[in-house]
Ligand binder design. Structure first.
Ligand SMILES: C[S@@+](CC[C@H](N)C(=O)[O-])C[C@H]1O[C@@H](n2cnc3c(N)ncnc32)[C@H](O)[C@@H]1O
Length: 253
């Protein structure tokens, strides 16, 4: 593994940094990132095993997220996308925060899970879809969207199985196939995930030949991020070699 392709401004020799993303993003130059793909704490009482309070009042949650969203707004290139997953129950504070920025909300991407959702907090009856906000910094660049890959706003991808090796280690591990589709859907060489969790974004970036960067506040997750993001990928693909993209299996029609 080598990290020769990390941007010169990135202050680490690893693609992840264990730090509050609010501080961490300050080291990223304005417009330095081509895609933000992230899954912040949903504020639904999930235990992340650290000081993260996932039970804030709606107002405090909106304020907490807004501070970090403003940094995402600064680091994303003009016209490029920010994708933010959100839990249905607490989507209103996320939308309130978006309203406070200059970001443009386009629509929701819908992740459809054919076999449903693992119950995490005990307060969910049932659901099979999860929403992600698609935002851009200003007028969207139409020509960065790979319409052959993201030809639908509903993506059907199996969820992580409860007995998945990494799901045992992290409560919210996403299936990398979902992230591979989202990342490949845009001509975006440098991808940032401010809330790495188990490192799904980094693994998906390596599999699709993107430069993945991110932050995670909980040091206990560092070994998961390291081991997972290096798994199953024998070597880095050509970072800007868009023509040699692997064929992705997109289940949704
Ligand atoms: C919903 S999980 C992300 C899961 C991830 N998408 C995955 O597939 O594993 C949110 C993560 O954000 C982390 N986190 C919470 N506050 C943070 C902050 N201020 N900066 C960076 N990471 C933070 C939590 O520890 C948790 O691991």
């Amino acid at each position: 593994m080598n990290y020769d392709n990390l941007p010169s401004w990135w202050p680490s020799d690893k693609s992840w940094i264990i730090q509050d993303c609010l501080e961490g993003m300050k080291s990223i130059p304005t417009g330095g990132v081509d895609l933000v793909l992230t899954d912040p704490p949903f504020n639904v009482g999930i235990e992340y095993g650290d000081d993260t309070d996932d039970n804030l009042s709606d107002e405090n949650y909106a304020g907490w997220f807004l501070e970090r969203l403003r940094e995402m707004e600064r680091v994303i290139k003009d016209g490029y996308p920010i994708i933010v997953f959100s839990g249905d129950k607490k989507i209103h504070p996320i939308l309130d925060a978006v309203e406070e920025t200059g970001l443009t909300f386009h629509h929701f991407l819908k992740w459809n899970k054919p076999t449903g959702q693992r119950g995490l907090s005990g307060w969910v009856l049932f659901y099979r879809t999860e929403l992600a906000l698609l935002l851009t910094n200003g007028k969207p660049h139409q020509n960065i969207l790979n319409r052959e890959i993201l030809y639908s706003d509903t993506l059907t991808v199996e969820n992580t199985r409860p007995n998945d090796k990494w799901a045992v280690e992290h409560p919210c591990k996403r299936p990398e196939g979902l992230y591979e589709i989202l990342i490949s859907g845009f001509d975006a060489p440098v991808v940032l995930d401010p809330f790495l969790g188990s490192g799904t974004t980094l693994l998906a970036c390596r599999k699709t030949g993107r430069i993945g960067l991110g932050f995670e506040i909980n040091p206990e997750y560092e070994s998961i991020i390291r081991d997972r993001s290096m798994a199953d990928v024998p070597e880095l693909k050509g970072i800007f070699d868009w023509r040699n993209e692997p064929e992705l299996e997109v289940v949704s029609k």
